[in-house]
Design a protein around this ligand. Structure first.
Ligand code: NAD
Ligand code: UFG
Length: 335
């Protein structure tokens, strides 16, 4: 019998890639998404995928959905995730991120669903003193977005520790998700787009104006910020493995997910030039508030415990897949 997974936020960028992988791995999927940021097109045409349009803060609709589809587990991708916006409107972030997670956990409790995979973030670490971040690096978020994700991790911990609880959870702390699906016609389309790689693609295509490079006076080899870009297909594989690990062993855990290599903004621009054979029009701009100089993951735990290994750890590989999607869809899902 195929197991059913409820994927909240499954019509978003990362969620839609994971949905495709779950189907490949013989799960049935119910995507539950308000479409407030996601795209219905990203999940059409897949067998064994049902769709429910709704908000995770709507407990009644969640109850109906749990009763109708009887999922064994939940994956929770829903969030507001713009760091700058979170500083300006923190309550929006507490409402959607923390409020959404509370609502979902309560609905799971009412419906006897014990397993959840949660999308956490490197932003819970803030601006750490170490360059390579492991699971026990101190958590010190620097903005409300990271703070809400950490609050949810702590909530999951205490909810799973309660004597009457049978809840198990996996928190996956993504570093910088990037790239697109190699065979399905899905990719990254956020509005507004704040992420580096799609903005590089848009600058090349002339659709987003010139790229702004936010600061070149950081304490890094070339002065621009260093990040750990992880291919969305590698992230997706980690979800499938984490889900199976959690259910099979009836255990909870937290894992950092990156490819372990740092790339500066200038490295990304250089790779984009090589791969696309086009110029990247850019200007130097002031630092963006709240950007730490370097964030690179130590993913040893995910490798040893989950048996996961990132397969696309070259920047050229990541850029090539993003470029394919952006060429086919210069205006994103509107095209
Ligand atoms: P996304 O905006 O593309 O996807 C989020 C999806 O959730 C959207 O389809 C949106 O419509 C839906 N959603 C949001 N609030 C909802 C609500 N209240 N009810 C129902 N649906 C709702 O974002 P993404 O880039 O795919 O990120 C997915 C998750 O991963 C987020 O939780 C984000 O914080 C986390 N994350 C992303 C990155 C990254 O590099 N993109 C890095 C670290 C963590
Ligand atoms: N950058 C530019 N120009 C742009 C966009 C970004 O120079 O147009 C720079 C940023 O200043 C930063 C780097 O490129 O130095 C990466 O920026 P992104 O916005 O692509 O990614 P972030 O590292 O800021 O954040 C992402 C996710 C967060 C997550 C974090 C964890 O958006 O959700 O990774 O590392 F928390």
């Amino acid at each position: 019998d195929q197991q059913t997974i409820l994927v909240a936020g499954g019509a978003g960028y990362i969620g839609s890639h994971v949905v495709a992988d779950l189907v490949e791995n013989k799960y049935n999927v119910v995507v539950y998404d308000s479409l407030y940021k996601g795209h219905k097109q990203s999940i059409v045409g897949l067998k064994n995928v049902a769709f429910v349009k709704g908000d995770v803060r709507d407990g009644d609709l969640l109850d109906k959905t749990f009763k109708r589809f009887e999922p064994v587990a939940v994956m929770h991708f829903c969030a507001d995730s713009l760091v700058g916006e979170s500083v300006i409107d923190p309550l929006k972030y507490y409402d959607n991120n923390v409020g959404g997670a509370i609502s979902l956990l309560q609905a799971m409790g009412r419906n006897g669903v014990d397993y959840i995979v949660f999308s956490s973030t490197a932003a819970i670490f803030g601006d750490p003193e170490v360059d390579i971040i492991s699971e026990d690096t101190p958590k010190a978020p620097k903005n409300p977005y990271g703070e809400t994700k950490l609050a949810i991790e702590r909530m999951l911990h205490w909810a799973s520790e309660s004597p009457s609880s049978t809840l198990k959870y996996v928190a996956l702390r993504y570093f910088n998700a990037a790239g697109a699906h190699p065979t399905r016609d899905i990719g990254e389309d956020h509005s507004p787009e704040t992420h580096l790689i799609p903005n590089v693609m848009k600058a090349i295509q002339g659709s987003g104006g010139r790229l702004k490079v936010f600061g070149n006076d950081y304490q890094t080899p070339d002065g621009t910020c260093v990040r750990d870009y992880i291919h969305v297909m590698d992230l997706s594989q980690a979800h499938v493995k984490a889900l199976a690990w959690m259910i099979h062993n009836d255990l909870s855990g937290q894992f950092n997910l990156g490819n372990g290599n740092g790339f500066s903004v200038m490295d990304v621009i250089g790779s984009a030039k090589t791969v696309t054979q086009r110029e990247v029009p850019y200007d130097l701009a002031p630092r963006r508030a709240g950007d730490p100089p370097t964030l690179v993951a130590n993913s040893v735990k995910a490798k040893s415990v989950l048996g996961w290994r990132p397969e696309h750890d070259s920047m050229d590989d990541i850029i090539a897949s993003a470029w394919r999607w952006h060429q086919a869809h210069p205006a994103g899902y509107k095209d």
